[in-house]
Design a protein around this ligand. Structure first.
Ligand SMILES: [Zn+2]
Length: 98
């Protein structure tokens, strides 16, 4: 079974939450608010690179996010990554091949 087809079982969800909490702490990756604050309590697994580009549940592509940040980001690339890509791949750096 490919990694893209792995189902997110409750056991896998718990293991991913533990791994991500040890990596980033118990805070939302985007707004940095602690999950113990009452309005922020619901934490979600977010695909940093959108699921349609990097499918599956690879922990290297996951972050813990509050529900509000996850919904706001939706299925888009995160803006810091877009800015980085635009800085690296400037048109003057493109090579035309013929
Ligand atoms: Zn957040």
């Amino acid at each position: 079974m490919s990694a893209a087809r792995v189902r997110l079982t409750p056991e896998l969800r718990t293991a991913l939450h533990c791994e991500l909490r040890s990596r980033h702490g118990s805070r939302c990756f985007y707004c940095h608010r602690h999950f113990r604050h009452r309005p922020m309590r619901r934490k979600t697994l977010d695909h940093f690179i959108p699921h349609h580009i990097w499918p599956g549940w690879d922990v290297d592509n996951l972050v813990l996010a509050c529900e509000r940040c996850n919904l706001a980001k939706a299925d888009n690339l995160p803006w810091p990554l877009v800015w980085l890509l635009l800085a690296v791949y400037r048109p003057e750096n493109w090579e035309l091949t013929a």
